[in-house]
Write a protein that binds this ligand. Structure first.
Ligand code: ADP
Ligand code: ZN
Length: 527
């Protein structure tokens, strides 16, 4: 392979005079050349990889205006302000503008006075906008967050499908589609749905070597988080993701009471408060933002030192995008998550009892299962993550599994005991229970329900006394993630799973990981 020289000298010139950088990163130079030359490009690059320059520089070099399509209306004003600070003539068209403001932008566009113009897809596809753009000179179309066009992805937005018209309506204007999501399936959908078959494809390495990935068993998540902040990231900026708005508010208040400068962020907060918290997080040093996943898309803060998940994300795509907001400056950073049995059960239940067609649910389950496999892996987390994105790699030496390999044990007998207990309870009592009651039966722990149903008379009563309740929960979590046991229905009752048969018949052994103690953080290796 001959390395492609950084082609167009004008690109390097703009990089230094306008943006103040002296060299291109990764494949930026090749991507920019492709677009300057009038070709289409599909760009898969991790968060923080430097996608923006890939369309900003060609927009400045090619005659006419670069149209940037983004779903993030709330961020457009900030993005434009940041460009203007670099002396770039940027503008946006969206519903937040007054009529006369929008008209002024349209005039500037037609007069060739705008280098970059941002708008959302639903605006672009309006006949009125299409006619406007046909009268303007256009440098390119940049389709940001292009994974939103993938119908089976995690962030589908129907408005993106309308963008397929660009190929026909503006055949002479180059298009560049960019995303930080890179499964093969998403890549294929972007190519097909945006009609990018003739584009050049640029797939960067998705590795973020400076991020240390760690997943701990969930015990008391806020305490665990506080320990992480105090021992490894005191006074540093971080993002803490929670599933619910209530979780966000409680966690932010709890941290603030313990002298961690923490601010809540979720879609239910007043827009002004939300904006204020986001601004403070970006501008002030060392703030922790506690947020739902509503926070973060398009946020560019280079020195986020940790991203913490107190609840299980729904997919690896989401998890990788969220954790990718750590360490954009390349300095050592932590992606930490607390994960427990309850997360697994409630997420599966959420899918099973939620809205949506059967194919939709099947897709959601597949996403969740991949996430669970990452949580339960006994091999390098980074190898798993990158494999998911279609990239092979060696054990990284900078994740919790590499730094502190879990020991495994033969849990075949406990797995058989647990399955037998489920079967006996069902056959002899016609009962199905959630984890608490099943573990009590295994451990022979008296409670009201067992007394009423005479569980003490069952042959499985107390056969699992040798394991503590916590150990049983660990076993159960791993059996659930491998579908040896399933939790079903509204109450998450346990039943033998699709892989239970061979375990019960003793045809396979069940190797499980011993939970690492959540108290011990692996030593950071530094950069
Ligand atoms: P992405 O959109 O891929 O998440 P950005 O375009 O926001 O990434 O870039 C991430 C950060 O890296 C930004 O602060 C950007 O200014 C910086 N950056 C991008 N390209 C370069 C480069 N060639 N040299 C130095 N910094 C760069
Ligand atoms: Zn590793």
């Amino acid at each position: 392979l001959t390395p492609t020289p950084a082609g167009d000298p004008r690109a390097l010139e703009v990089l230094s005079t306008v943006f103040g950088y002296d060299s291109f990163r990764g494949e930026q130079a090749q991507i920019i050349d492709q677009v300057i030359g009038g070709g289409d490009a599909v760009v898969l690059m991790p968060t923080g990889g430097g996608k923006s320059l890939c369309y900003q520089i060609p927009s400045l070099i090619r005659p006419g205006t670069g149209i940037v399509i983004s779903p993030l209306i709330a961020l457009m004003a900030d993005q434009v302000a940041a460009l203007e600070a670099n002396g770039i003539r940027a503008a946006y068209l969206n519903s937040t503008l007054e009529m006369h403001e929008a008209q002024a932008v349209e005039q500037q566009l037609l007069a060739g006075e705008v280098d970059l113009l941002y708008m959302a897809p639903e605006r672009l596809v309006l006949p009125r906008t299409v006619q406007l753009l046909q009268r303007a000179e256009l440098a390119l179309f940049a389709i940001d967050e292009a994974h939103c066009v993938a119908q089976w992805g995690h962030d589908f937005r129907p408005d993106y499908l309308g963008l397929s018209m660009l190929a026909e309506t503006f055949p002479d204007v180059p298009r560049i589609a960019l995303t930080a999501t890179a499964t093969r399936e998403t890549h294929r959908e972007i190519t097909e749905n945006l009609r990018m078959q003739d584009a050049a494809h640029f797939v960067s390495s998705f590795d973020r070597p400076n991020i240390q990935y760690r997943i701990d068993p969930k015990a008391s998540p806020r305490e665990q988080l506080l320990r992480l902040i105090r021992s490894e990231h005191p006074g540093e900026a971080g993002i803490v993701y929670c599933l619910s708005r209530k979780g966000v508010e409680q966690t932010a208040a709890w941290l603030a009471e313990r002298d961690v400068a923490a601010l809540p962020y979720h879609a239910g907060l007043d827009a002004a408060v939300r904006h204020d918290h986001q601004e403070r997080f970006l501008r002030e040093d060392g703030l922790v933002i506690v947020a739902t996943i509503a926070f973060g898309m398009g946020i560019d803060k280079p020195d986020v030192r940790f991203v913490a998940h107190l609840d299980l994300p729904k997919s690896i795509e989401g998890y990788y995008q969220e954790t990718g907001r750590a360490g954009r400056d390349g300095q050592p950073s932590t992606a930490w998550m607390a994960y427990g049995l309850g997360d697994l059960v409630s997420q599966r239940r959420f899918i099973d009892t939620g809205e949506g067609s059967e194919p939709f649910k099947r897709n959601a389950r597949a996403h969740l299962d991949a996430m669970l496999a990452l949580c339960e892996t006994v091999t390098c987390r980074r190898v798993q993550l990158l494999h998911y994105f279609g990239q092979e790699s060696d054990p990284c030496g900078n994740c919790d599994v590499c730094l502190n390999p879990p020991s495994t044990w033969d849990a075949t007998v406990p797995a058989q005991k647990l399955l037998s207990a489920l079967i006996r309870l069902d056959r002899e009592r016609g009962q199905q229970f959630g984890s608490g009651q099943v573990i009590d039966v295994l451990r022979g722990k008296d409670n009201e329900r067992s007394a009423q149903s005479r569980h003490q008379e069952l042959s499985v009563w107390g056969i699992g006394e040798d394991l503590s309740e916590r150990e049983w929960r660990t076993v159960l979590r791993q059996l659930l993630s491998r579908r040896i046991v399933e939790a079903i229905g509204e109450y998450g009752v346990l039943v033998p799973g699709e892989h239970a048969g061979p375990v019960l018949r003793g045809e396979v052994t069940v190797e499980l990981a011993v939970d690492r103690s959540p108290a011990k953080a692996p030593r950071s290796r530094g950069a």
